[in-house]
Design a protein around this ligand. Structure first.
Ligand code: GLA
Length: 389
């Protein structure tokens, strides 16, 4: 059963009536452009076919009540909270994500209570943005209950909603992530990757048809769980901000590749800057190749991105490195970690005929190294967030 149907069914089971509506949002893979978003840089994500759905109805008592249906089918209900009382720190754990969205939308004049039932199939902690899918679906549900549907006349734009979701994550959940994931979840469309320039706001849908080239995108979830609440992400981000301030620029986006050789920075900051600057160039290169129908040629840029993230940015881990090495060793055209790193997933661009062989090589390599078995699947660019029923 798909997440929207599951959420609706569970809502009905709990409350004895249908929800007012069901909204859902996808997780994402970032094809390239990692740790560039909070540096006003370039990213190229696409939406996964996995989604988080929120079945919702208004509550007249001003409370926000949230239930999530776990993988085991068991509902877990967070203690209801008064929307008027929501403040950073007032809700912790998984319920902080939907509560934070409710908190941020209060400042947009949405203060009514709501009953939310959540179901989804985005793997959690796999670096595929399950938490952002949850936040985006919650935003759509709360807006929908207030009579505002995305894309309708007078509705906020998808990028405006993404900015609210980011504010809720930064300000309420307390995780300093950039805008990549929320924007991907809200703005991606099927069969395309989203080329986004965080400095100008320019967004462009770039056709991405691996099957049309006899290729496939293989996702390799290492099952090493990561969390952006850990200090690694925060440290990289503040390192970039420190480097920008030492260089006297508003963000690292202002540093062109021609300046790299002459930068006077401590070595640990120089490494961060080198990654961000070269990664932006790789995004440009991949976008140009995709625009001109040369998908098979993007492989080297993907692999260089991984090397840069591992050696310079230092956000990889042995499992991600092994997944990438095993895929490349079995003929993948390119491979890289995707998302924030420190665990989570890698992706590989492989010939469709080689998917089974590459997958077997990755699994065998993990077993040899004594790692737990990875989860492997191929995927295609899928639809962004919307209303299901
Ligand atoms: C996480 C964050 C994003 C982005 C990536 C790294 O997914 O949520 O904002 O910084 O890491 O590219």
């Amino acid at each position: 059963m798909n997440p929207a149907a599951r959420a609706a069914e569970e809502f009905h089971r709990m409350h004895g009536h249908a929800p007012t509506g069901v909204w859902s949002a996808p997780g994402r893979v970032n094809l390239i452009g990692e740790h560039t978003d909070y540096n006003d840089g370039l990213v190229l994500p696409f939406a996964l076919p996995f989604r988080i759905a929120v079945a919702a109805a208004p509550r007249p008592d001003g409370l926000l009540a949230v239930t999530t249906v776990g993988d085991d089918g068991q509902p877990q209900r967070a203690a209801p909270v008064a929307v008027a009382d929501l403040s950073p720190g007032s809700v912790t754990g998984w319920a902080a994500y939907p509560s934070g969205v409710c908190w941020v939308l209060r400042s947009q004049g949405l203060s009514g209570g709501a009953e939310l039932v959540i179901a989804g199939n985005v793997p959690a902690g796999a670096g595929l943005s399950s938490s952002h899918a949850l936040q985006c679906a919650t935003a759509l549900a709360l807006l929908g209950l207030a009579g505002t549907e995305l894309d309708a006349a007078g509705a906020p734009s998808r990028t405006e909603v993404a900015a609210w979701v980011q504010r809720s994550e930064n300000g309420f959940v307390g995780v300093p992530t950039g805008l990549l994931d929320q924007t991907a979840s809200l703005c991606c469309v099927a069969a395309h990757a989203l080329f986004l320039d965080l400095a100008s706001g320019h967004a462009e849908q770039i056709p991405l048809d691996a099957a049309g080239h006899g290729l496939a995108v293989l996702v390799m979830d290492t099952r090493v769980r990561h969390s952006h609440a850990d200090s690694g992400y925060r440290d990289r981000r503040s390192g970039c901000e420190r480097a920008a301030s030492l260089l006297g620029v508003p963000s690292l986006r202002s540093v062109g590749p021609d300046r790299l050789a002459g930068l006077d920075l401590p070595p640990e900051l120089l490494r961060l800057v080198r990654h961000v600057v070269t990664e932006n160039e790789r995004v440009r290169q991949v976008v140009e190749l995709l625009r001109t129908g040369r998908l098979p040629d993007i492989g080297p840029a993907l692999t260089e991105s991984h090397t840069s993230l591992a050696a310079d940015y230092r956000v990889s881990c042995p499992e991600l490195d092994e997944a990438v090495a095993a895929a490349l060793g079995t003929g993948a055209l390119g491979a890289r970690m995707t998302g924030g790193g420190f665990g989570g997933s890698a992706i590989a661009l492989v010939r469709a005929d080689d998917v089974a062989e590459v997958g077997a090589a990755v699994t065998a390599r993990f077993a040899r190294r004594g790692f737990g078995a990875p989860r492997l699947f191929t995927t295609v660019p899928s639809a962004g967030a919307g209303r299901d029923s």
